[in-house]
Design a protein. Structure first.
Length: 319
């Protein structure tokens, strides 16, 4: 009888579908119950407020939602990807958007908070600005992936300034021309972070024009099919500040530049606040020392339509 009972037991699904908790636009799906007071829920709620204040995203009270599949461990995550998304390279997390469907896949591990915040930022941006220029989309995800109250410093500043010290010259006009994520290098991600950081917390003319640009760019892109130029806009409103890289670099090295963008306080489990290597130049397997999570979006939605830019592998990071 015991053997028969065991044989009749329902096999565990590869994806967590036993428990669902809704918070804001996110439906978190887990194998085990998740309490509303869980640090992960608080982190997503805090992130939604932060991104909302930064770029003015809408309140999420409608039916649109982002499904977050939180697999129990790395082997389960890799097993699922192997059979259902064999085309994906090894990463720790993904955001996939196809039409009106938005899904995040990740697993419980040392880098859960960073990975989840990165992909959740992409999801929040996609809900309000599905046609935002690529460099801003990626730059926002880089800016907001660092967990609340993390004891570890954000590694972006050190790595970006290391690029500059080796002779790299930031060039926003060049970055604006990249429309395929597969063309972005690790340095392009770091530069995107720097320009977005400058736009969110830099001098007042820069902050104001950045906010206006973000809110207007999606509509302009949908109508014209071509993204407007923030480099040109910054040249008009603050020619002494931007888009040349020197003022931005000088600001980043100052006390104001090294502070994080103002964020809402939220309790976070210290055990989940571990810094990861950011934008390594060498590919690696999914592990505690692997490349950071990257966004992957499928579908062939026309540019400007709900769901994002075209291209089957538009969100795939090719390094």
């Amino acid at each position: 009888m015991a053997g028969c009972a065991a044989m009749n037991r329902r096999p565990e699904s590869l994806l967590p579908d036993h428990h669902v908790l809704r918070t804001g636009p996110f439906r978190i799906r887990t194998h085990k119950p998740l309490k509303p007071s869980d640090p992960l829920v608080a982190e997503l709620d805090s992130l939604s407020r932060q991104v909302g204040r930064a770029i003015g995203v809408a309140k999420y009270e409608g039916p649109d939602a982002v499904d977050v599949y939180l697999l129990k461990d790395e082997p389960s995550f890799r097993h699922y990807l192997k059979f259902f998304h064999p085309e994906l390279p090894p990463r720790r997390a993904y955001f996939l958007a196809t039409g009106n469907s938005r899904t995040i896949y990740t697993f419980v591990g040392d880098h859960l908070m960073e990975d989840l915040r990165h992909e959740a930022t992409h999801a929040l941006v996609n809900l309000s600005y599905p046609a935002l220029p690529l460099w801003i989309d990626e730059g926002l995800a880089e800016v907001f992936e660092h967990p609340d109250r993390s004891a570890a410093p954000d590694p972006h500043i050190e790595r970006f300034l290391a690029d500059v010290n080796t002779g790299f010259v930031p060039d926003l006009a060049r970055l604006e021309k990249i429309t395929d994520v597969r063309e972005m290098t690790p340095r392009d991600y770091r530069e995107s972070w720097a320009w977005v950081r400058w736009g969110l917390a830099g001098p007042e003319p820069i902050r104001t024009s950045f906010t206006h640009f973000v809110r207007a760019s999606a509509a302009a892109t949908a109508q014209s099919g071509a993204a407007p130029s923030l480099a040109q806009r910054w040249n008009e409103v603050a020619p002494r500040l931007a888009p040349q890289g020197a003022p931005m670099v000088a600001w980043l090295t100052s006390e104001a530049g090294t502070r994080r963008t103002e964020v809402a306080a939220a309790p976070v489990d210290a055990g989940l606040r571990q810094a990861r290597l950011q934008n390594d130049d060498t590919p690696s397997e999914i592990s505690a020392s692997s490349n950071p999570a990257r966004t992957f979006e499928t579908g062939s939605v026309p540019r400007g339509a709900k769901g994002g830019r075209p291209g089957f592998f538009r969100r795939l990071l090719g390094f």
